[in-house]
Write a protein that binds this ligand. Structure first.
Ligand code: 7RM
Length: 654
C-alpha cells in the first residue's frame, strides 16, 4: 500500500432525489443547469461576464473579464466600477422598498423589523457619520459587535463609502482584537457597550478599550452602539455614541463607486501556525459569488424567510447574512444569542414564530441539538421550512438524516455546502431542484467551479473512493485576492503545493461512482494506519452512527507497528458511565467501528468525555486533541475554549 493512497472506507448508499413539487418551482432545473455547465465549459470568462452583467448593477461597465497577468493573483472585471451597498439596497427601492429586509430577535426576547427602505436609511445615516469622522475610501474599519442589525448596518455603511471593514467576532478576546486592529492599521473601531450571549452580557466596549490601550496608534475614533445599557467608560475626543453620530445625519448618502478589485473587506482566519491571516476579498467578484450562490443553492424567492445562523464574524455571516441575501432582495433573520437560551428549543421556536422557510446552520449545532432529543423540535411547528443547509465541517450521515427527518420532516432538501473563507462563496453543493443528495456528501461543484481531486504529484485521482487533495483548477470571481500585507504567504499557502497550477484548499476528499465529492477532513488531520491513509470524517461518522454517541473526534498517535494508532474522543448522548460500564461501552464502540468500516479503522483508544474542544466557529480542534493523545505539551491557544476545564477530562484526568 503506497504512502500516497488515501483510502475511503465509508459506504453510504442512501440517496434522496428532489421531489417533483420542489423541482417544478425551483429557480434552477436540470435543463438550466446543463446549459450553464455547457456555457462554463465552452467559455469560462464569457460565462462569468454574462452573470456579472445580469446580476450586478455597474456604475461603469467592465471591458476586461479576467486578468491572468499576475496569476495566481487573478483580477476580475478590473476596469468596472460599482458599489456593494448600492447593489444590496438601492437596487431594491424602486420595486420593493417596503419588503422586510431584517427580522431581528435579541437573546432577551426583544425584536425588530427593518424594511429595505429603513435599512437603506440607517446605512446612509451611519455612512454620513463615518464620513464626518473623516473615514474615506480605502480606510480600514474594525467592527466588533454583537449579532444585531447594526452589525450589518456597519458593514454596509463601510461598503457605501469604500472603507474596508474587518469584522472581529464578538466572542474573541481583547488580545485577538488588538492583533487584528494592528494588522489592518484600522483608523476606526465600531463596537457596542455589550451583547447578550448565553444569558450573560458580553462586555465588548471594555474589551475594545483594553485592545486599543496598547500599540494601536492608528485608531483615531471609536463608535459605540448602546445595546445592553451597561455602564461604559467613554474616552472624550475619541469615543462617540452611535446614536449621537447619526442623530443629525440625512438618510441619503451617495455611494462611492469603486473599482471591482477594490477590497470590500478583510476577514481573519487562523492559520495552522503563527498569526492569523487577513483574507482579502474584492468588491465585484465577491459580491457576484455571494449573490449568485444565494439564489442558486438556497433557491431564494421573494416570499422566503432566510435564516443563516452564522455570526457576521465568520465568512458565512458575510456571504449569507450581510451580502448575498440582501443583494438578492431576500428577508433575513438575525438572532443575537445562543441556541440554548432559554432552552434548546430556541432555534425551532424562532423558525416557528418568524416563519423561517430556508434554514442554514453548522453540523456542530445540528449534533448539539440532536443530542437533546427529538421531543424539543417536536414541540414546534416547523412546517414552513422548505429547505435546509449545512456548512463548516463534514456532516456525519446520521446527523444529516436527523436534520432531514426531524427538522425537515422528511420533505426539505438538505444542501451540504462546501466552501471556505478563501473561496468567498459556496463552491460544491447540491442544487436543490436538480441534485439527488446523499447524507455526508457535498455532491457536485456549482457551474463555473472546476473542482478536482489530485494525488501527491498533481495527477487527477480518477479511481472511485480513492482520496486525494481537493483543488480548484480555474479561477472564480469570489476567490480571495491575497493575504493582507503578506502576498507571499498567500502564494505559499494556497498555490505553492502544485507549483501554481491550481488552488489547494487544504482538504482531503474522494469521489464516488456518481462523481460526488466527499470531504474527508483537513489534509493535516489524515491518519496513517499500517500504510492506509484514512480521513478523520469516516471513523467519526461510524462512531456517530452508534445510538449512544452524539459526537466524536478522531486523531492519530504514534504506534510502533502500525505507524499510527487511532485515538477517538467520544461524547455520549445522556450520562457518561464510569468504571466497568465505561470499559464495556468503549469495547462495544471499538467493535462497532470495526464492523462498520473494517478492522483497519478499529480505534485503539476511546476516551469518553463530556465535550470536545471547538474553535469559536464550532470546528473540532483536532490538533489540540492530537497533542493530548500524544502526551505532548499543548502549544495551541486554549484561552478561547468555552470550557477550559475540559482539558483535564480530555487528558483522562477528569
Ligand atoms: C464556510 C467555512 C473552511 C473549512 C474547509 C473544510 C470545512 C466547510 C464543509 C467543510 C466538509 C462541508 N469557511 N468545511 N464546509 N467540510 N463539508 N460542507 O466554513 O474558512 O471557516 O472553513 O471548513 O475543511 O476547508 S472556513
Amino acid at each position: 500500500m503506497s504512502r500516497d493512497n488515501l483510502d475511503s472506507i465509508l459506504r453510504e448508499d442512501r440517496k434522496f432525489p428532489p421531489d417533483a413539487g420542489f423541482i417544478g418551482k425551483a429557480r434552477i432545473n436540470r435543463v438550466a443547469l446543463s446549459a450553464m455547465q455547457a456555457h462554463a465549459e465552452r467559455n469560462l470568462e464569457e460565462f462569468w461576464a454574462g452573470l456579472a452583467r445580469e446580476e450586478l448593477s455597474w456604475h461603469r461597465p467592465f471591458s476586461e473579464v479576467l486578468d491572468r497577468g499576475q496569476a495566481p493573483n487573478f483580477r476580475w472585471f478590473a476596469d468596472g466600477e460599482l458599489n456593494a451597498s448600492w447593489n444590496c439596497l438601492d437596487v431594491h427601492l424602486a420595486t420593493h422598498a417596503e419588503r422586510t429586509a431584517i427580522l431581528f430577535e435579541g437573546e432577551p426576547g426583544d425584536s425588530r423589523r427593518l424594511t429595505y427602505r429603513e435599512l437603506h436609511g440607517e446605512v446612509c445615516r451611519l455612512a454620513n457619520g463615518l464620513k464626518a469622522l473623516g473615514i474615506g475610501s480605502g480606510d480600514r474599519v474594525v467592527i466588533y459587535m454583537p449579532m444585531v442589525p447594526e452589525a450589518v448596518i456597519a458593514m454596509q455603511a463601510c461598503a457605501r463609502i469604500g472603507a474596508v471593514h474587518s469584522v472581529v467576532f464578538g466572542g474573541f478576546s481583547a488580545h485577538s482584537l488588538r492583533d487584528r486592529i494592528q494588522d489592518t492599521g484600522a483608523r476606526l473601531v465600531i463596537t457596542a457597550d455589550g451583547g447578550h450571549r448565553g444569558g450573560k452580557v458580553i462586555e465588548l466596549k471594555a474589551a475594545a478599550d483594553k485592545a486599543v490601550a496598547d500599540g494601536c496608534d492608528t485608531v483615531e475614533a471609536m463608535v459605540v452602539l448602546r445595546r445592553t445599557g451597561a455602564p461604559v467608560a467613554m474616552q472624550p475626543g475619541r469615543d462617540t455614541w452611535w446614536s449621537d453620530l447619526v442623530a443629525d445625519q440625512p438618510d441619503q448618502c451617495p455611494p462611492v463607486f469603486v473599482g471591482a478589485e477594490h477590497p470590500l473587506f478583510l476577514l481573519y482566519t487562523s492559520g495552522s501556525t503563527g498569526k492569523p491571516k487577513g483574507i482579502q476579498h474584492s468588491t465585484g467578484g465577491y459580491l457576484l459569488g455571494a449573490k449568485l450562490t444565494t439564489k442558486w443553492v438556497f433557491d431564494l424567492r421573494e416570499d422566503d424567510v432566510f435564516w443563516c445562523t452564522a455570526d457576521v464574524g465568520w465568512i458565512t455571516g458575510h456571504s449569507y447574512v450581510c451580502y448575498g441575501p440582501l443583494a438578492a432582495g431576500a428577508t433575513i433573520v438575525m438572532y443575537e444569542g445562543a441556541p440554548s437560551v432559554p432552552d434548546g428549543g430556541r432555534f425551532w421556536s424562532i423558525c416557528e414564530r418568524l416563519g423561517v422557510t430556508v434554514f442554514y446552520t453548522a453540523p456542530t449545532a445540528i449534533r448539539a441539538l440532536m443530542k437533546l432529543g427529538d421531543d424539543i423540535p417536536a414541540r414546534h411547528d416547523l412546517s414552513r421550512l422548505r429547505l435546509l443547509g449545512t456548512v463548516g465541517e463534514p456532516i456525519n450521515p446520521e446527523a444529516w438524516m436527523w436534520y432531514r427527518d426531524v427538522i425537515g420532516g422528511g420533505r426539505c432538501p438538505v444542501v451540504d455546502t462546501w466552501w471556505q473563507t478563501e473561496t468567498g462563496a459556496i463552491m460544491i453543493s447540491p442544487l436543490p431542484g436538480v441534485t439527488s443528495t446523499k447524507p455526508g456528501s457535498c455532491t457536485l461543484p456549482l457551474p463555473g467551479v472546476f473542482a478536482d481531486i489530485v494525488d501527491e504529484s498533481g495527477e487527477p485521482v480518477t479511481d472511485e473512493n480513492k482520496g486525494g487533495y481537493l483543488v480548484i483548477r480555474e479561477p472564480w470571481p469570489s476567490m480571495a485576492r491575497t493575504i493582507w500585507g503578506d502576498n507571499q504567504r498567500y502564494l505559499d499557502t494556497y498555490w505553492a503545493r502544485f507549483d501554481g497550477r491550481f488552488y489547494t484548499a487544504g482538504d482531503s476528499a474522494h469521489r464516488d461512482r456518481d462523481g460526488y465529492f466527499w470531504i474527508m477532513g483537513r489534509i493535516d488531520d489524515v491518519l496513517n494506519v499500517a500504510g492506509h491513509r484514512l480521513g478523520t470524517m469516516e471513523v467519526e461518522s461510524a462512531l456517530v452512527a452508534h445510538p449512544r454517541v452524539a459526537e466524536a473526534a478522531v486523531v492519530g498517535r504514534p504506534h510502533e507497528i502500525k505507524g499510527e494508532a487511532i485515538f477517538a474522543y467520544v461524547v455520549l448522548r445522556g450520562d457518561r458511565p464510569m468504571g466497568a460500564a465505561a470499559a464495556a461501552l468503549t469495547e462495544e464502540l471499538r467493535a462497532w467501528v470495526a464492523e462498520e468500516l473494517g478492522a483497519i479503522a478499529r480505534p485503539d483508544d476511546i476516551r469518553l468525555t463530556d465535550n470536545l474542544p471547538k474553535t469559536r466557529s464550532g470546528k473540532i480542534m483536532r490538533r489540540l486533541l492530537r497533542s493530548i493523545a500524544r502526551g505532548e505539551e499543548i502549544s495551541q491557544d486554549t484561552s478561547t475554549l468555552e470550557n477550559p476545564s475540559i482539558l483535564d477530562q480530555l487528558r483522562g484526568e477528569g
